[in-house]
Write a protein that binds this ligand. Structure first.
Ligand code: GLC
Length: 651
């Protein structure tokens, strides 16, 4: 049962798609205060687990940290971070009392989950204008499923998006891209997608392609398609200010950009230099911006990633003017009153400044709404712009789409990747922990930059991370410019990479089938163990293993130099290892704790008692998977219900 409590005059985020009548009285859990903004407090008992919050640092159990929903471009995903690129305000408290909470509020919100007081959950925001959904159910899993029903069906990508993708910030010319494909194909490492980061554009201008580097872009796209490679270009939020650039000129002419209070177009510097932000909260501007994707779709492109859409700001005109003024003072300061660290601090406050988010406005149905009041909806609506346009441009087929920034509701239009992680071992584990939390919030098509985006990676880190990525719907190796090359062919014994990525392709019929079941039934693809074994006290503690679909459990190795790992089995399971020689190791292990050996070039999984999983022979692209090679692994006489479709028609 879901009760909706409305306070003040909430902004309609359109996160929830089911109309619910406002409930009377006060929520059955916790206590509320509307005196200074909004505050909800609940006293947690020691055994309570708090699930949710989607994209966030720390554990599957969110207790013991302070989190803020305040979409931000922060590339250092350290343990003390409070906000990432997304705002996913959904929680489930599971313990003495079990209930779910969704705070539908588009501005900054704080979740103090046992931070100030270890036993207190406090959720606060500045203005008491929000909808609070309180969900009762049989258990945490049931509550999640009820929540998922009211927020609408999760995005369904084309089947090729379940293949492996290679990306790197820095590929610039057609030759760069062709070389990556050549290396993958020559080394027989499977691949379906090649991502185009900002350097494919003309001066970082959205919906343009550099003519010198791609003299005949359509022919290039076709050439790649002939090798089963889908090119996936990036689209950034900021539109470059440049006379003669059609997107800029149309946006200015039609008032489709975010405005300052005085009606002028707000300007902020991002990759292209000074840009304007499309006002994606204005439905006309949204339709216009979405329509622009057709420029690339008409040249054969069938997938995109939306970036910098928190929106990220390097500095605004106003911020830079203030900075210059300050620098003038510093340079004129002969007495040395202004210390140098003040300059450093000033530089640090230029980017993504809260002040800037108060300097521009959206036109929402004729009402000017200051950006900071709806900040967390920008990435959502940029991706919605694309999603709504795709339905018109390609009514019959699916387009791959995922975004960096998001709010609940965006899960209907695209997936997300988890942003600029690092080549750190701890980030394999963070990747794993975020997956079920994201699924709770509707984001099913998701994954992390495998191998790590920032910092220099190592061969073993890439292999171990790929062995987790084998299972994440979005499986993409991506890295930052000036870091160590980390394409699969850059390391010795390339056959190990061929094998690990190949296992992904062996499992695609199963992974796709489970993804589709999750999407079509508002269910989860990745679950914490406790969701399937609610009465198992040990399963409730497990933070480094996940249930995938209905049949398997995954337990990747995330420790450097380890020859295996400890694993907890809530029931008897069949331990499977895809061995580098193509054989499959199988061993039935009883319920309980085990240390299992897993070499760098082996991919492990566990099949639940009485279940089986379809596998096929490895192929170099999704298109080339031969269904006639399908066989089942797992328990004898088990039956599997395989979901199949053409992988491209809209459903
Ligand atoms: C941002 C993105 C990253 C991309 C880079 C350059 O940092 O998160 O994935 O490579 O911008 O476009």
């Amino acid at each position: 049962m879901i009760l909706k409590y409305t306070y003040g005059n909430p902004f309609n985020t359109e996160a929830v798609v089911t109309a619910l009548d406002p409930a009377e009285g006060a929520p059955a859990y916790g206590s509320l205060s509307l005196e200074k903004g909004f505050s909800f407090t609940y006293k947690m008992s020691p055994a309570d687990i708090v699930y949710g919050l989607g994209e966030a640092v720390r554990g599957i159990n969110k207790r013991g940290h302070l989190y803020t929903s305040e979409c931000a471009d922060i590339p250092d995903h350290t343990e003390d971070l409070t906000s990432m690129y997304a705002a996913h305000n959904f929680l489930v408290v599971d313990g003495i009392k079990t209930f779910g909470l969704f705070f539908d509020y588009p501005a900054k919100m704080t979740f103090d989950i046992g931070y100030t007081r270890q036993d207190e959950l406090t959720v606060t925001c500045e203005s008491a204008d929000l909808d609070l959904y309180v969900i009762d159910g049989e258990n945490a899993y049931d509550i999640v499923k009820q929540f998922r029903k009211i927020i609408g069906r999760s995005y369904i990508p084309p089947k090729f998006a379940f293949g492996f993708g290679q990306s790197r910030w820095g590929y610039t010319t057609a030759e760069d891209f062709k070389n990556v494909v050549k290396q993958y194909r020559e080394n027989h490492i499977p691949m379906d997608m090649l991502y185009m980061d900002i350097d494919y554009m003309e001066g970082y201008k959205d919906f343009t392609v550099n003519k010198e580097n791609f003299p005949d872009f359509k022919a290039f796209v076709d050439e790649m398609k002939a090798q089963d490679i889908h090119l996936i270009p990036i689209i950034d939020a900021g539109v470059k200010i440049e006379d003669g650039y059609d997107v800029y000129e149309e946006g200015v002419k039609n008032n489709y950009f975010c405005k300052r209070e005085d009606g002028s177009n707000f300007a902020a510097a991002v990759w292209p230099g000074r840009t304007h932000f499309p006002d994606v909260l204005n439905k006309d501007a949204r339709a216009w911006f979405g329509g622009k994707y057709e420029t690339l779709i008409s040249q054969g492109i069938d997938g995109f990633w939306n970036d910098m859409n928190e929106p990220s700001i390097f500095y605004s005109d106003e911020g830079m003017a203030e900075f210059k003024e300050f620098m003038q003072m510093y340079l004129n300061d002969e007495s040395g009153q202004i210390p140098f660290f003040a300059v450093q601090w000033k530089v640090g406050t230029l980017a993504n400044s809260g002040e800037d988010y108060k300097r521009f406005y959206h036109n929402v149905n004729g009402q000017m709404v200051r950006h900071d009041k709806v900040h967390n909806l920008f990435g959502y609506n940029m991706t919605r712009a694309a999603g709504e346009a795709f339905e018109k441009i390609c009514p019959d087929r699916r387009i791959l789409m995922f975004s960096r920034s998001s709010y609940i509701g965006m899960h209907r239009y695209g997936g997300i990747w988890t942003g600029d992680n690092k080549s750190w071992w701890s980030h394999i584990l963070l990747n794993l922990k975020m997956m079920p939390s994201l699924n709770m919030c509707g984001f099913l098509y998701t994954g992390a930059d495998l191998g790590g985006f920032g910092a220099n990676t190592t061969r073993d880190l890439v292999l171990r991370w790929l062995a987790l990525g084998v299972f994440t719907p979005l499986m993409r190796n991506h890295s930052a410019i000036r870091t160590r090359d980390q394409e699969c062919y850059q390391f010795e014994h390339v056959e190990d990479f061929r094998h690990v990525v190949g296992v992904r392709y062996r499992l695609i019929p199963y992974l796709y089938s489970e993804y589709m079941k999750a999407a079509l039934n508002d269910d989860m693809y990745f679950k914490p163990l406790a969701f399937d074994y609610p009465d198992d006290k040990m399963a409730r503690q497990v933070e480094d293993q996940l249930i995938l679909g209905n049949e398997i459990m995954i337990a990747p190795v995330y420790t450097q130099n380890a020859d295996g790992r400890y694993v907890y089995l809530p029931e008897e399971m069949k331990f499977i290892k895809f061995m580098p020689d193509g054989t499959i190791y199988e061993e039935i292990l009883p319920q309980g704790h085990h240390y299992v050996k897993i070499a760098l070039n082996e991919v492990p999984l566990f099949i639940k008692k009485g279940k089986c999983v379809p596998i096929v022979d490895a192929a170099e692209s999704v298109e080339q998977i031969d269904k006639n090679t399908m066989q089942y692994i797992g328990y004898e006489n088990a039956v599997y219900d395989l979901y199949e479709d053409d992988g491209i028609s809209r459903i």
